[in-house]
Design a protein around this ligand. Structure first.
Ligand code: PFF
Length: 464
């Protein structure tokens, strides 16, 4: 057990347990809900290619950087930056992470709440062949009591798991259930790609039209990579703070990013063929897209009607669990901060931040049909949830990742980070490449795409 001052710090039970927990944080609604929605809005195949490049060139390097910061300091993000750069402004970068965690959790729990409500709909055999899945979604998300009730239920569950502590709370869930989710996704994928008309969906998704790549696509792909890999807000710093010194950080990074990316790619292989098969338009984007598309596949799962019920219930149940392992990691950042820095109990910290995220989640819950101005925000033009997702789920994480790469590359230094990676005789594979990526490539790419966004906001069109 590691020591932090006089307080013992809990460790993950084993390296495998750590990888599963970090993968549990990474794999969630980001892969299955956000990835296809973003890909649909950004050119399909073109988005996929840029996304993969972002994962390799900036996502994985930043993940390793976060693990190293966390394990070196054994602290929450705010404490970690304070420890490595005392009396400097870097601690505010940790603070940004705490805020982003609570805001992301607020809308994340709304979507997770929908997932829970869909478990019951599937069990009841709602998704028969030919049903209007868009109308079912609108009715569910437009009912204010339903939306807020499921949000509250999901938030309560997340708080319950976080308050249970690191080992019992998080570890136990992920080990068994994530492999089952993977099997279920593969089976749904096989059915989707064999549907009539699947070819057009596959072409949209897998045949990139490179002329569609521009600054917006690159920023969305980078933001999506950070969201999906749980980077840019200190989640992996926090999780890294519980890793044993003997564990190999490089292979953990490779495992987590590969698993996460594989699940996102699979989700696309399910959604796009089904979308084209069902004749649903790409323009039906927005937060409901995946719910509408996926449920239209259920009527096609053999043997009817049992196949649809079994696959649907299993899918939404496992997705709900994947969402819990992610939402607890969103909450954990702020809880670790309050527990470490403010010396308040885990229970109080969890209840306080969970309550805050619940209140913040209400406008997102009501912005999908229940309250019209929240469904179509004045000036902004999207619903409240999509707005928060863009600002906090994508830009704040990209900004966070930018500063984390600058911090590790130029302030703390790649040599110190490498020494942490090489502790207890671990070899640092890709040392030179990683140093180059974290010092030069990550900051440059992120500065360019963020400046391009600012340019677009001011002048109406981007430079790239
Ligand atoms: N990575 C999670 C997902 O893909 O669903 C969401 C997430 C969790 C984002 C934790 C950020 C984070 F810090």
């Amino acid at each position: 057990m590691e020591m932090n001052g006089s307080q013992p710090r809990e460790n993950w039970g084993s390296k495998l347990a750590f990888i599963m927990a970090a993968a549990g944080s990474a794999i969630g609604l980001g892969n299955i809900w956000a990835f296809p929605t973003n890909a649909a809005a950004n050119g399909g195949g073109a988005f996929l290619v840029v996304y993969l490049i972002c994962v390799v060139l900036i996502g994985a390097p930043v993940m390793l950087a976060e693990f190293a910061i966390g394990r070196a300091t054994q602290r929450n993000p705010v404490g970690a930056f304070k420890a490595l750069a005392p009396k400097s402004g870097w601690k505010y970068l940790g603070g940004l992470g705490v805020v982003a965690g609570v805001v992301i959790l607020s809308f994340y729990a709304v979507i997770a709440g929908w997932t829970v409500s869909y478990i019951f709909k599937c069990l009841a055999g709602t998704f028969k062949p030919g049903v209007d899945t868009a109308a079912i979604f609108e009715q569910m998300s437009g009912d204010p009591l339903n939306a807020i009730g499921y949000l509250a239920a999901f938030m309560a569950l997340s708080v319950y798991v976080v308050v249970g502590g690191v080992r019992q709370g998080i570890e136990r869930w992920t080990k068994v259930l994530m492999p089952i989710l993977l099997v279920l996704l593969v089976l749904l994928g096989i059915r989707a790609v064999t549907l009539s008309g699947a070819g057009a969906g596959l072409a949209f998704y897998l045949k990139p039209d490179f002329s569609l790549i521009n600054g917006k696509v690159i920023l969305s792909a980078a933001g999506q990579a950070f969201f999906s890999l749980s980077l840019g807000m200190g989640t992996m710093i926090t999780y890294g703070s519980y890793i044993a010194k003997k564990d190999d950080l490089v292979s953990s990074t490779l495992w987590v990013s590969t698993l996460d990316t594989a699940i996102a790619i699979l989700a696309g292989l399910i959604i796009f063929p089904t979308l084209f098969h069902a004749g649903l338009g790409l323009q039906e984007g927005g937060p409901g897209m995946v719910f509408v598309v996926l449920t239209s596949l259920l009527g096609e799962m053999p043997p009817a009607p049992l196949g649809g019920i079994i696959f649907g219930t299993g899918f939404f149940l496992l997705l709900g669990i994947a969402a819990i392992t992610s939402s607890v990691s969103l909450l954990e950042v702020g809880v670790a901060y309050i527990v470490d820095e403010r010396k308040i109990s885990r229970k109080k910290a969890g209840l306080f931040l969970g309550g805050l995220a619940f209140l913040l989640g209400i406008p997102s819950a009501l912005g999908n049909g229940a309250v019209s101005w929240l469904t179509n925000l004045p000036v902004i033009g999207t619903d409240f949830l999509s707005f928060l997702f863009e600002v906090f789920g994508q830009y704040a994480l990209a900004i966070g990742a930018l500063f984390i790469s600058i911090f590790v590359g130029w302030k703390w230094g790649v040599t110190n980070a490498a020494a942490e990676v090489e502790l207890e005789g671990n070899a640092f594979r890709f040392h030179q490449i990683w140093s180059f990526l974290i010092k030069f490539v990550c900051p440059t790419v992120l500065i360019v795409i963020l400046l391009n966004k600012v340019w677009t906001l001011i002048f109406g069109r981007g430079l790239i």
